[in-house]
Structures are given as structure tokens and as C-alpha cells.
Design a protein around this ligand. Structure first.
Ligand code: A2P
Length: 274
């Protein structure tokens, strides 16, 4: 199993987790149960992935004690608003088949809709009621985070953002570090596209006797970020968890994330996830 980071709200976040997008229920059940069997203790789903049922079944089938697993799910954009968030959470919780969820995130801010502060107030309520252990957000900007703090006095414990060597998010990570927010990385392998074939990453991998994916995931953890690589393949799942037996030098860290830098996914200000 991976080391565990304490969160500012008393919760805990394993240093690597399993992503489940875009697995369907059947695939997710198998992938989650398999990963938990290999030692994963963090799983990541979302109402919008359409696989909460499979994810919950995988958790149940794994035989791993519930209290040892951190289950994450997310509020979709179309359910923003105070009452809507409470109702959406209940839908997710029921699909997962769990009494409580460990980490609940606002999936996207949808700033033009301008309801994320109301949603955040509902997240705070869910945590107070013990239905959620830790609360966070995803795909926010520093300005959106500041607004949550100003209007509610409560900052997210976790911010899940697009992050990989092709989009290293230095500025946002500095904000997180200053405010005690843990960074989580989605598409940590840059969706596999090109990144894992880069010759400089292959050379670093060869020098450590590991794979390019392990180099990239190790890069995340050395920056304090928690990667959630998706794979349904047991050999890759095993590889992606086995990243704590070597250390990248400062120079290697810089080589891994040398530019050019650009997003692969949606822009927080624009993305209209439904
Ligand atoms: P697969 O699901 O067939 O294993 P990201 O998490 O950045 O979105 O990347 C996920 C992509 O990376 C998937 O296409 C996945 O393929 C691939 N992938 C996951 N783990 C590894 C690995 N250890 N080596 C190579 N490719 C991987």
C-alpha cells in the first residue's frame, strides 16, 4: 500500500489512487476489486462517469475493510445549488451502496452558472452531518478557491486538477501549499498520449530500472501531488502503485516536466460539464 497524507480536516489521502473514467459498471467493479486486492486504498469515481454502482460493488467485493478505503465521488454541474447538492449526494451514496463517502468533490465550478458557493455550503453541511469525511473541489482556479474562503471561511481539503508533466500546474500548486490544500492529479499520465514515449523519460526509466509510467507517477508524488492513474489492467495497476522504491533527482524532475506545456482537458472558466 502507498503512504498516506493527512488532510487538514482530519481525513487522510493515500499517495496514489485508482481512476475509473471511462470504465462502465462491469469494468469498474472488476478494476476496483482487483486494485484493492493489489493494495490500492484510494478509488475515484463521479456521478457523471456512470460507474458509481460498479465502483461500490468493487469495494464490497474486495474484502478490504471499509474503513481502510478512501472512496471519492463528485457532484455534477447540473446538480449545483444547496438543496440540489444534498439530493445529488444522496443519489451517489445510494448508487455506491455506502453509509458514508470519504471524499466528495465539486466536479467543475461552472462559474457562469455561479452556484458553486451554494454547493460548497451543502458540502460543508454533509461533512458536519458525518455523511462525508472530507470535502474538496476539482477544476477550480485560484480565484474560485479564494471566493469559497471569503464566503464560507472553509477551504477545500483536496483540489483535483488536470496535472501531468505536459501541464505541471506550478502556480496552483504553490497556492495549495500556502493554504494547506492537497493536490490530486487527474490524467496524471497525460492520457498516455506521447508522454510515455518521450525518449528523455524512457532514459530516466531505464536508469532506475522502472517504466516510463512509474517515472511520471513518481514525479507527481515528489511534488506532493496524489495521482489517480486509470487502468483496468492488473499488471499496469501493480506498476502504478509500485512507485515508492526509487527517487528522482532534482535534475530528473526538471527533465520530466520540461515544456511545452498545455492542457489536454477542459478549461475551468469555460467547461460546461452538465
Ligand atoms: P489502460 O487503461 O489500457 O491500461 P491517465 O490516467 O493519464 O488518463 O492515463 C490513462 C491511460 O494511460 C490509459 O490509456 C491507460 O491505458 C494508460 N496507462 C495506465 N497505466 C499505464 C502504464 N503503467 N503503462 C502504460 N500505459 C498506462
Amino acid at each position: 500500500t502507498a503512504p498516506v497524507h493527512p488532510l487538514d480536516d482530519g481525513g487522510a489521502l493515500p499517495a496514489v489512487g485508482l481512476g475509473t473514467y471511462p470504465l462502465d459498471d462491469t469494468e469498474a467493479e472488476k478494476a476496483v476489486a482487483g486494485a484493492l486486492g493489489l493494495g490500492y486504498r484510494l478509488v475515484d469515481t463521479a456521478l457523471n462517469y456512470g460507474n458509481e454502482t460498479g465502483t461500490g460493488r468493487g469495494v464490497a467485493a474486495s474484502g478490504v475493510a471499509r474503513e481502510d478505503i478512501v472512496v471519492t465521488t463528485k457532484l455534477p454541474g447540473r446538480h449545483h445549488g444547496y438543496q440540489e447538492t444534498l439530493a445529488s449526494f444522496e443519489e451517489s451514496r445510494a448508487r455506491l451502496g455506502l453509509d458514508y463517502v470519504d471524499l466528495y468533490l465539486i466536479h467543475w465550478p461552472l462559474p457562469r452558472q455561479d452556484k458553486y458557493v451554494a454547493s460548497w455550503k451543502a458540502m460543508i453541511k454533509l461533512r458536519e452531518d458525518g455523511l462525508v469525511r472530507s470535502i474538496g473541489v476539482s477544476n477550480f482556479t485560484a480565484e474560485h478557491l479564494a471566493r469559497l474562503e471569503q464566503e464560507t471561511g472553509v477551504l477545500p481539503s483536496v483540489h483535483q486538477i488536470e496535472m501531468h508533466p505536459g501541464f505541471p500546474q506550478a502556480a496552483l500548486r504553490a497556492t495549495h501549499d500556502a493554504k494547506g490544500i492537497r493536490t490530486e492529479s487527474w490524467s496524471p499520465l497525460g492520457r498516455g498520449r506521447g508522454l510515455l514515449e518521450r525518449p528523455e523519460i524512457a532514459a530516466i526509466a531505464a536508469a532506475h530500472g522502472v517504466t516510463p509510467a512509474q517515472v511520471v507517477l513518481r514525479w507527481h508524488t515528489q511534488l506532493g501531488a496524489v495521482p489517480i492513474p486509470k487502468s483496468a489492467d492488473p499488471a499496469r495497476q501493480r506498476q502504478n502503485l509500485d512507485i515508492f522504491g526509487f527517487r528522482l533527482t532534482r535534475e530528473e524532475m526538471e527533465t520530466v516536466s520540461a515544456g511545452p506545456h498545455r492542457r489536454l482537458g477542459g478549461d475551468p472558466e469555460e467547461h460546461e460539464e452538465y
